[in-house]
Design a protein around this ligand. Structure first.
Ligand code: 3BY
Ligand code: FES
Ligand code: FE
Length: 417
């Protein structure tokens, strides 16, 4: 039963104070969850998977977003397609959850049978005059950006995904993500609202106390600091950090690898940020000792010292390194449950045990993802407590949370809330 609330979503949005976390109801209410699915997971572009999820013709995988069931598949002409998992007869789901290998899409209910391009091939008992041509599976609007599949369930998709496409097509080219394979996938259900999951990923304020494995290789970005408010030691460290970023960015760019930040975080429809990040220690990869986990580098990469090309969207975060990539996709399941689907990608010809060691490849992000799930659950439990009042974001380490919250409110308003 849908809960009823004394205040409207619109008046709840009004109560959000700049620089502060969101009012509790925006994280916890059922009606807000339904609105979030509609606004952020149907009317905006979302990352749903990868071309390499379906490497061969006949490979198919199901992704559920709210009530929408989507099938990512590869047809007989090697084209990736995304169609709704809804039979054109009486609407039954066609494929079960998970991945399958198929020669045709056969609805289990009355055996309507579709070709892999979605065309209806066979519909028994419908009579000689039945026109099958207008009963193809309904296609989903999608774009493959360097092998990452973005879908939009609206008939009017935001056009400013162009900037993401422009930036990432060039940045991802050397990694050739289309020709990778999923070496490992972990589905973790976080016991928290999807916005707490996203907030948690947009800051590394929590990293030193919570992510010992990640901290070996991860150098936090300083998105801006106020030198006046820092102690002389902290100021010196922050300045050194900025200088290091400036120097590496310049040298990578001089070698032809775009590295400077490109972002669309406020006053936009499509929310993203990309930057080539420094990897610390051995400097090669996000592994326990920061050396590469796979000896077969991705795509045309010949160097291991090109850092970590990161990309965030409002439902994903990604790290592309010389030897492997980590792609995380966030799918809300309910107001208090969020699926974080993480995939570790290696070169498609890399062989486990010869070219890479699976434990070394996955160690850092398996640990980090579990630690983050614990933090998000703690956060959600605290936000549910009547004692919760929105708290202040750090003006140094949490500026991107404030921008995310502002974007969230702005997009809700744009959709009539
Ligand atoms: O995935 C990221 O982008 C990192 C990891 C930890 C926090 N976040 C900034
Ligand atoms: Fe699919 Fe009848 S609902 S064949
Ligand atoms: Fe974290």
């Amino acid at each position: 039963m849908l809960q009823t609330f004394a205040s409207s979503i619109s008046s709840l949005l009004d109560t959000r104070a700049d620089g502060h976390s969101l009012p509790a109801g925006l994280y916890t209410r059922e009606d807000v969850f339904e609105a979030d699915i509609d606004v952020f997971f149907r009317k905006h572009w979302i990352c749903i998977g990868l071309e390499c999820d379906v490497p061969e013709p006949g490979d198919a995988t199901v992704v559920d977003i709210g009530n929408s069931g989507l099938i990512i598949l590869r047809d007989d002409d090697n084209q990736v397609r995304v169609v709704h998992n809804v039979c054109r007869h009486r609407g039954s789901r066609i494929l079960n959850a998970g991945s399958s290998v198929i020669s045709k899409l056969v609805c289990p209910y009355h055996q309507w049978t579709y070709e892999l391009d979605g065309e209806l091939a066979y519909a028994p008992h419908m009579g000689a005059d039945f026109d099958k041509s207008c009963k193809s599976l309904r296609p989903v609007n999608f774009k493959s950006i360097g092998g990452l599949i973005y879908a939009c369930l609206s008939d009017n998709p935001p056009s400013d995904i162009d900037r993401l496409e422009e930036a990432m097509t060039e940045r991802l080219a050397p990694y050739d993500i289309r020709n990778t394979k999923v070496a490992f996938q972990a589905d973790v259900v976080e016991h928290g609202n999807w916005k707490l999951t996203m907030e948690n990923n947009r800051e590394c304020y929590h990293c030193s106390a919570n992510h010992p494995e990640l901290c070996v290789s991860f150098v936090d970005l300083d998105f801006g600091f106020d030198p006046e408010s820092l102690s002389p030691e902290d100021r010196e460290q922050a300045e050194q950090h900025e200088a290091l970023y400036a120097e590496r960015t310049k040298s990578w760019e001089a070698d032809g690898y775009p590295s400077a930040a490109v972002e669309q975080l406020v006053d936009c429809e499509t929310n993203f940020r990309t930057q080539r990040l420094i990897i610390s220690g051995a400097g090669e990869s996000q592994t326990p000792d920061a050396t590469a986990a796979s000896s077969k580098l991705l795509g045309t990469m010949t160097r291991k010292d090109l850092g970590d090309t990161h990309l965030w969207g409002h439902n994903s975060w990604n790290h592309f390194m010389g030897d492997h990539a980590v792609v995380a996709i966030v799918i809300p399941l309910s107001a208090d449950k969020t699926l974080v689907r993480t995939k570790w990608l290696v070169h498609k010809d890399a062989v486990e045990g010869i070219d890479y060691d699976l434990e070394k490849l996955t160690n850092v992000w398996v640990a980090t993802t579990d630690q983050d799930a614990e933090l998000v659950a703690r956060s959600h439990a605290g936000v549910l407590d009547p004692a919760y009042v929105p708290g202040p974001y750090s003006p140094f380490s949490e500026t991107n949370l404030d921008r995310f919250a502002a974007w969230y409110i702005d997009r809700m308003r744009a959709h009539g809330y």
